[in-house]
Design a protein around this ligand. Structure first.
Ligand code: ADP
Ligand code: MG
Ligand code: MG
Length: 889
């Protein structure tokens, strides 16, 4: 295998092998853009190193060969005394992990070559500035020295000189600083800063490999669901210098606004600076547009390059560039992160520009983004006290108690508090706190600052660079203009869509996207906003493309109507247990306690018309669309009073010598019905089999409701679903009784009701004998919640709180199997049962109800295994529609 690729050898498709940064550096090189030459060490080399603890044997020679070729091309040797080649060693995994991995610049400088560099550039200050940066970065990331020690020394040097910014330090000051830095290294790392340039490079490469398994990198991967075994590539790139004076500088830019999607000039530029300076908020950057005044030639070239990149990648790109004495260099590009709203807008804009088609547009958005857009926003009409405004870095409306450090954010949020994390600026150490917080507020940094980038990636509300807010993290307080002080624990509200910061709790209102789905805002209307317009179009793309139908889980007419507005094509699960609560509980109690047949029949007779009315309303709301009604499922004791409460009542009555006949009977029943594992007890079809008349009453109610709707010229399409079936015999018995009742109602009403009867597949045995069960079922609905519980042997109510965190942390699964379907286990049962069922009955209808029906990744799986529909809660229907469309692309 080949472990090293020159930038001229790769391309953007090789992200697995070269990482995102390396693949795109190669792509830009091949596009003829000005990229400093270099090469990339593959992720394969990293994997070998991580697995075995040693670099692959061939790597050293390959690196030597590529380095020699690079030296040849540049006409200088790495670290050469009189004219040194310097390189950066940069990490770059397949997925960008902002701030997680480490980069070292200026490799090749030493006590001797720093002189050569100074002579060569004719600038001593520059050379020593580069050298102190190398020792600082190398010391921190390669040798593990606490970075603050260098920062403090730098701060002292500035104070001694009575200057505020690093550019005011002169060569002599920087020389002294180098000596100080070297001492810090020696003391903290127990070794000298290496003077051999190749040793510097090799150690840096290894450090990049190692940083893959740094704690923060691991945490970020867990959060973002990035697999842990991808490894990182390493890029060795010849240095260009933005710190060579005022005609040099470094910057970052987006080809369009990552928050709104609008085209324009978006970015930041910093003169006489290197690398990270732009995003670190060390000095104040200028907006990119000002580069036109500073260096028109480079600005024009940059604009042309940005256009080239957009047309080539057919997407928003973000870039890093450096200008060295008037010469522009491209150091990085990638398809840029964007807010959810911008993703929808950009996708439709690119369709309009003719750059991509509808199918491609669907790949540019996802259900998670749509879900995010369906969050509520702040009420514009609320009386608010605005105290500041920063940059709208990541949208959303967040309200919470002010906290000023990551630790407190985590601690408070664990105890159920909503918090806003306030920092001057964030760095990777704040990651835990950012995850825990409702929102993030910083007083420094722009759209490309750490806080902004990470928050956007997490879909978390963020306002950054709110400069008039004085954040004092030591004293845990923030002073707002006018002098008011926000203490730790005070409630504030931040709006990530406008950048506004408010005191106190601002009420929130629904999102325009939800208003649109609800039919209260229309696409195409004069005042419709751009976002609604874009969502409307993308949803149409998805609906045209998808094969999976989307139904709703809804138990009443109100939910059904909302589901319809959201695009539901029927009801996939109507639970009937809710219809047995409230003032009907007493009737159910009597049914359960009935001693005689007559008593039981009496209560069933009273329940029948009530049930029937429920269904009439539901069928009317869903007229013309299928409605799957599940017969009673939960254990009976759920309808009886709580055992302790009842015992107390009985005991009290006894001591007071009051009559308590009924309570006592009830208590006995509760005892009788008590189960150790109710989830595995008397429920579902088992109830129908042991309580005579219960299921037939429900079936009759459904049939009579359908007949009534027919009589009213409606178009009811009811489907009767039997829960918790484990064997075809259970289904056959229930079915036989149901068919009889239906025939009676049909005869009485003189209509063919076309009711179908099917079953849930939610027990492993049902899935394993699906071929037999299909003989008695016209449809299957996979109940993946119960199926997950029974396949894993997990009691959902217990395990999620008790040990799932540990499982997730240990990486046993990357995401809870209740959230995203476990494809290998539960999923393979679903696939096999679908196949076996269809083998028996080719027109068997297949669906899924349960949380997974609205989970993006699971929807793709259900599409792949050939189900006909997914069913989910009304609110998740748009997400399911979108993902079903994406799955079909
Ligand atoms: P990150 O992934 O954290 O952005 P990078 O590898 O892109 O890390 O590098 C960090 C900073 O150093 C960036 O601003 C980048 O533009 C700059 N940089 C990296 N390599 C070079 C180089 N060869 N010459 C000049 N600047 C560089
Ligand atoms: Mg970068
Ligand atoms: Mg179930």
């Amino acid at each position: 295998v080949k472990f090293v690729y020159d930038f001229t050898e790769g391309n953007k498709e090789l992200k697995d092998l070269l990482g995102g940064k390396g693949a795109n550096l190669a792509e830009m090189t091949n596009l003829g853009l000005p990229v400093p030459p270099g090469f990339t060490i593959t992720t394969e080399a990293c994997k070998v190193y991580l697995d075995s603890g040693e670099e692959p044997a061939a790597l050293r020679d390959e690196v030597s060969a590529h380095l020699a070729a690079l030296e040849e091309k540049m006409g200088k040797r790495l670290g050469q005394a009189d004219n040194p080649l310097l390189v950066s060693v940069r990490s770059g995994a397949k997925f960008s992990m902002p701030g997680m991995m480490d980069t070292v610049l200026n490799i090749g400088l030493s006590d001797t070559s720093v002189q050569g560099l100074a002579a060569q550039a004719g600038d001593e200050r520059f050379a020593w500035d580069s050298y102190r940066r190398l020792i600082q970065m190398f010391g921190k990331t390669v040798l593990g020295v606490d970075g603050d020690l260098f920062e403090e020394a730098l701060e002292k040097a500035k104070q001694a000189k009575k200057v505020t910014v690093d550019t005011e330090l002169e060569a002599a000051d920087l020389k002294k600083l180098v000596t100080t830095f070297k001492k810090i290294v020696k003391k903290e790392a127990g070794r000298d800063f290496p003077q051999d340039p190749r040793e510097q490079m090799d150690l840096a490469i290894k450090a990049v490999f190692d940083s893959w398994n740094g704690e923060r990198a691991k945490l970020y991967r867990r959060q973002e669901r990035i697999p842990h075994d991808l490894g990182t590539a390493v890029n060795v790139c010849s240095m260009v210098f933005g710190n060579l004076g005022p005609d040099s500088g470094t910057g970052v830019a987006f080809t369009r606004d990552p928050a709104s999607g609008h085209q324009g000039v978006y970015g930041d530029y910093l003169q006489n600076a290197q690398g990270e300076d732009v995003v670190a908020g060390i000095r104040n950057t200028v907006p990119l547009a000002e580069l036109e005044q500073i260096d028109k030639k480079s600005y024009d070239q940059l604009m042309r390059i940005m256009e080239t990149l957009e047309n080539h990648y057919k997407d928003l790109c973000d870039i890093e560039f450096t200008i060295e004495r008037g010469q522009l260099w491209m150091l990085q590009t990638r398809v840029g992160k964007r807010t959810a709203g911008a993703a929808f807008r950009i996708a439709t804009q690119l369709v309009d520009q003719g750059l991509i088609d509808e199918a491609e547009a669907l790949t540019r958005v996802n259900g998670a983004q749509l879900a995010q857009l369906m969050f509520p926003r702040f009420d514009e009409n609320a009386k608010v006290e605005q105290v500041g405004r920063g940059i709208a870095a990541s949208p959303g409306a967040a309200v919470g108690k002010a906290v000023f450090d990551s630790y407190t954010a985590v601690k408070w949020s664990r105890s159920g508090e909503k918090v806003i994390l306030i920092r001057r600026e964030t760095n990777p150490d704040d990651l835990d706190g950012m995850i825990a917080a409702e929102g993030i507020l910083t007083s420094r940094g722009g759209k490309t600052s750490h806080a902004a980038v990470v928050a956007r990636g997490m879909g978390k509300t963020c306002v950054c660079g709110a400069e008039e807010l004085e954040v004092d993290t030591k004293r845990r307080r923030m002073t707002v203009p006018g002098g008011h002080v926000v203490e730790e624990g005070d409630v504030i509200s931040i709006d990530g869509s406008t950048g506004k910061v408010y005191l106190g709790e601002v009420p929130v209102v629904p999102s325009p996207v939800v208003e649109y789905f609800e039919g209260r805002m229309h696409a195409g209307a004069e005042d419709a906003d751009e976002l609604v317009e874009a969502v409307h179009r993308i949803m149409a793309f998805a609906d045209r493309k998808r094969r999976l139908r989307v139904r709703a889980n809804a138990d009443n007419a109100e939910d059904a109507l909302r589901a319809r507005r959201f695009g539901a094509q029927g009801i996939g699960l109507c639970r009937t247990e809710h219809m047995f609560l409230g003032d009907r509980r007493e009737l159910v109690e009597r049914l359960i306690l009935a001693d005689t047949e007559a008593e039981r029949e009496e209560s069933l007779k009273e329940l029948l018309p009530l049930q029937k009315q429920d269904f009439v309303e539901l069928f009317e709301a869903m007229d013309g669309l299928p409605v799957t009604v599940r017969l009673l499922d939960p254990p009976l004791h759920e309808f009886l009073p709580d055992i302790t409460e009842l015992s107390v009542r009985v005991a009290l009555a006894e001591s007071r010598q009051e009559p308590h006949e009924n309570e006592l009977r009830l208590l006995q029943a509760v005892h009788r019905l008590h189960e150790q594992n109710p989830m595995l007890g008397l429920r579902g079809v088992r109830l129908g089999l042991v309580i005579p008349g219960l299921f037939t009453m429900q079936v009759r109610a459904i049939a009579e409701a359908a007949a009534a709707r027919r009589a009213a010229k409606g178009d009811p399409r009811a489907e009767i679903m039997i829960p918790l079936v484990g064997t075809v015999q259970e289904l056959e018995i229930v079915r036989e009784e149901a068919d009889k009742v239906i025939a009676e109602v049909e005869a009485a009403s003189g209509t063919n009701l076309k009711l179908s009867i099917g079953t849930m597949i939610e027990l492993p045995r049902a899935a394993l004998t699906a071929g037999q069960i299909a003989e008695a079922a016209e449809f299957f609905s996979f109940g993946t919640n119960d199926l997950t519980q029974t396949v894993w042997g997990f009691s959902r109510d217990d395990v999620e709180a008790s040990f799932f965190t540990a499982y997730l942390e240990k990486g046993i699964f990357g995401v809870s199997p209740f959230e995203t379907i476990d494809k290998d286990g539960v999923g393979s049962l679903v696939a096999a049962a679908a196949k076996a069922g269809r083998a028996t009955r080719p027109d068997l209808k297949l669906g899924v109800c349960g949380e997974h029906g609205g989970d993006p990744e699971s929807v793709h799986f259900f599409h792949e295994v050939g189900l006909d529909y997914v069913s989910c809660s009304p609110f998740r229907i748009p997400v399911a529609r979108l993902e079903a469309g994406r799955a079909a692309v």
